[in-house]
Design a protein around this ligand. Structure first.
Ligand SMILES: NC(=O)c1ccc[n+]([C@@H]2O[C@H](COP(=O)([O-])OP(=O)(O)OC[C@H]3O[C@@H](n4cnc5c(N)ncnc54)[C@H](O)[C@@H]3O)[C@@H](O)[C@H]2O)c1
Ligand SMILES: [Fe+2]
Length: 384
């Protein structure tokens, strides 16, 4: 048996943000609670949404107390601000951080018994759908606009909590590449590699099936063809558009079949060192791919290599594995992703604790190769 949960309505394409007004009207919403972060205000990305509100006479209130790798406090302050605002729907603009914060807010507002946020970790049995949310990604990206997950830091426990809850999926997703043009190179590179990690991890997870494979192979191909172009020239509108769609397509798959230990190992880096999520994934991905090649997923690697653009004709399974890992590493190096953990401020003496945290992460269950704290620690050492 397989389950697919997707947005009710999604729009794609340059300028598609205008549909905020169309959908708000169609659904009878009166006032927007606009969740975004301070950098998006500073870089005038938020203005592009405010214009739509103003032009269409939609009252709104801005909430921008969202940090990258958002915290429980970001959610709780948002819940209070939402209640005080008189809004009846949420518009979330941002990368995964703003969209995830909005999801947490929307869930807690309608399920107040989870006001501590901590109790939402893992699969929580909320009874009510979140406040109706329109999600507009500005990175390409987490796919958070189409996933049933959100990730919040518990600062007291120095832990990134992955919350899985079908009630949190945004009602409307609007994938407008114009909201992504202002991403600097490093952010384009890191978030694009996050999307590639989603595609590869969910392509080889044991729950993968015909439909998720279809999404993930397509996403890998689009990312392989467009990520470097988008990094090299942020105004390459075709590459930006392809990346905006590829990250959404990857999200359609991984949200429904799960991820693996690249994500398990990336989350503690975010919690302990505030490492950007995409950088952590990008750095770890080739190491974990090598490790996971010793699993029932091995025969699928040659398809990854092919989607990455490698000519795989006549290759053995073993050669396919090597080619897939090599192609991913080459792409990562070509867009200046750091390749070792010591380069990004990770401390060797922390690796044991990080391995314990990673092993206990919700994503570990989706890994194709059964693993242990010891083996994860060895992988961290290899990447160090
Ligand atoms: N919900 C999910 O399914 C899911 C999946 C993967 C990751 N995540 C989570 O998402 C978060 C990471 O999100 P992210 O990688 O999208 O980045 P982010 O939201 O953390 O943003 C990083 C920085 O980039 C800035 N930024 C974003 N878009 C910009 C633009 N267009 N122009 C200029 N600056 C811009 C932001 O203001 C912020 O300062 C992590 O907490 C991660 O764990 C969630
Ligand atoms: Fe991710």
């Amino acid at each position: 048996m397989h389950r697919m949960i997707l947005n009710e309505t999604s729009y794609f394409g340059a300028g598609s943000r205008e549909n905020i007004a169309v959908e708000a009207k169609r659904r009878g919403f009166k006032k927007a609670f606009f969740v975004t972060d301070k950098d998006l205000i500073r870089f005038h990305v938020a203005d592009k949404i405010i214009e739509v509100f103003e032009k269409n006479g939609i009252p709104y209130e801005i909430y921008s107390d969202v940090k990258a790798n958002p915290t429980i406090a970001n959610v709780q302050n948002g819940v209070n601000a939402y209640k005080a605002s008189g809004a009846d729907f949420i518009v979330a603009l941002g990368g995964g951080s703003s969209i995830d914060t909005a999801k947490g807010i929307g869930i807690v507002v309608n399920n107040p018994e989870f006001a501590d946020v901590r109790s939402l970790e893992g699969v929580a049995d909320t009874r009510h759908k979140a406040v109706p949310t329109f999600a507009l990604p500005t990175t390409a990206g987490t796919g958070a606009e189409v996933t049933i997950n959100y990730v919040i830091i518990d600062e007291e426990a120095t832990k990134k909590m992955v919350c899985v809850d079908p009630n949190d999926i945004p009602t409307v997703a609007i994938i407008d590449p114009e909201l992504m043009y202002s991403m600097p190179k490093g952010l384009t590179a890191a978030t694009g590699m996050d999307a590639l990690t989603h595609a590869i991890e969910s392509y080889i997870t044991p729950g993968a099936w015909t439909m998720s494979d279809m999404f993930e192979l397509q996403a890998i191909e689009m990312i392989a063809q467009n990520l470097k172009k988008a990094v090299d020239n942020g105004n390459d509108t075709e590459a930006r558009e392809a990346m905006s769609q590829a990250q959404y397509i990857a999200g359609m798959g991984f949200s429904n079949v799960g991820l693996g230990i690249v994500h398990s190992m990336a989350h503690p880096l975010g919690a302990h060192y505030d490492t950007p999520h995409g950088v952590a994934n990008a750095l770890l991905l080739p190491y974990v791919m090598e490790y996971n090649a010793e699993s029932p997923a091995a025969p699928k690697y040659i398809n990854i290599a092919k989607a990455m653009g490698v000519n795989t004709e006549g290759m053995t399974q073993e050669e396919g594995v090597k080619a897939a890992v090599e192609a991913v590493r080459q792409l990562s190096v070509s867009i200046n992703i750091p390749q070792k953990l010591h380069e990004i401020g990770v401390k060797e003496e922390d690796l044991h604790q990080l391995a314990i945290d990673a092993f206990n992460d919700v994503c570990t269950g989706g890994n194709p190769r059964p693993t242990s704290v010891e083996e994860i620690e060895a992988l961290y050492h290899k990447a160090f």
